[in-house]
Design a protein. Structure first.
Length: 359
């Protein structure tokens, strides 16, 4: 059994192959040849003011690759106000040092054996960005030339790489609330991707003339305004709170990553105190106004059971605000194969993870 770190994963994980395996996994899920269990969160109180302990799980099985995955997070979460807007923030409190707890456990569907335990950080951002890239392949205009990107953090990095892998942009405009972050982000990806990328002074500037507009932030309030939406645009997000109902109402073709809700199991008192129950992962104001159960999912589009973009004038939207456990099985299949081939990771005796007692 292998244990593989983020640093090792980052040394070989490449977006083009991630896009390929994610697309295959979505297609299998759409055809009923893979399985997924939606995300579930348990919330209990924490000694830090305004914080909770969140215990999160999600899982998926991908028979094509012979693997099943469980993603597990144990986080201290709070919702500070940053630049006038509340954000969801995981607090780095694990010791020693400021570190976070997140793992993917990869199992063999042939033997049931635990094959690998891997850090989930690099996989997490890549599977979200990669899914947005797969969606853009089916929903964004083929001649899209201008990308507007809101955000310069962890998720924005992977989304930029994924979108640039499926479309050739003449110009990428980037905005975030901190000027220094915008500058360093632009410099890094101008060199890495060899693209024409510039920092702009406002979100409206990023959205102006954009063929694709992507918000990849941790904002609990809307980041995309309805007046920015124009014919032919493709819109995508990371959080449900980033796209308001007024924008969704202007969209001609909406596709969800999944319509399955995140199920929260809170201890007493928490629903009234956690912002996620108002406008976040657990609920949003437009539930009941927009019937998400009637909206096609990405798996349906990739499997050919729902149409992608039908004309250049359509306004399309990929609402990528809830994840799939199956994404971690797809990504995990790459990590395990490459770590084994490259002799990376730490090998641990399998006997430590099996037992002679019938459970």
């Amino acid at each position: 059994m292998l244990i593989v770190t983020n640093e090792e994963i980052e040394s070989f994980l490449a977006m083009p192959e991630c896009l390929q395996v994610l697309e295959e996994a979505y297609r299998d899920l759409g055809n009923g040849d893979a399985a997924d269990i939606p995300r579930q969160d348990m919330l209990v109180s924490n000694p830090r003011p305004g914080a909770v302990h969140s215990f999160k799980t999600m899982s998926g099985s991908w028979p094509r690759a012979g693997v099943a995955a469980l993603r597990l997070n144990s986080d201290i979460v709070n919702w500070p106000v940053v630049n006038g807007s509340p954000r969801r923030v995981k607090m780095p409190v694990s010791q020693p040092g400021n570190r976070y707890n997140g793992s993917v456990l990869l199992f063999s569907t042939d033997t049931g054996q635990l094959l690998c335990i891997m850090n989930d950080g690099v996989i997490q951002k890549t599977r979200v960005g990669g899914s947005s890239g797969v969606a853009a392949k089916y929903l964004a205009r083929k001649n899209s030339k201008v990308l507007g990107l809101l955000g310069t953090g962890w998720q924005a990095e992977a989304h930029l790489e994924a979108l640039c892998a499926v479309r050739t942009f003449d110009l990428v405009k980037v905005y975030s609330t901190t000027a220094e972050n915008r500058k360093s982000f632009v410099e890094r990806f101008r060199a890495k991707l060899q693209i024409n990328i510039v920092a702009v002074d406002s979100a409206a500037d990023a959205a102006k003339d954009a063929d694709v507009l992507l918000s990849a932030t941790n904002s609990m309030t809307p980041t995309i305004k309805p007046e920015w939406v124009r014919p032919g645009m493709h819109i995508a997000s990371v959080r449900g709170s980033e796209i308001p109902i007024e924008v969704l109402n202007k969209v001609d073709r909406l596709v969800l990553n999944t319509a399955q809700p995140v199920t929260a199991y809170p201890a007493r008192g928490w629903p009234s105190e956690v912002p996620e129950f108002t406008n976040g992962d657990y609920s949003r104001p437009d539930i009941g106004i927009l019937d998400f159960s009637t909206v096609p999912e990405l798996k349906d589009v990739v499997a050919g059971k729902a149409p992608g973009r039908q004309s250049d004038d359509e306004i399309t939207c990929f609402h990528n605000y809830k994840g799939l456990g199956l994404q971690f099985a797809a990504m995990g299949s790459i990590v395990y194969r490459e770590a084994t081939k490259r002799k990376l990771g730490r090998s641990v005796e399998d006997i430590l993870f099996t037992q002679s007692v019938h459970p």
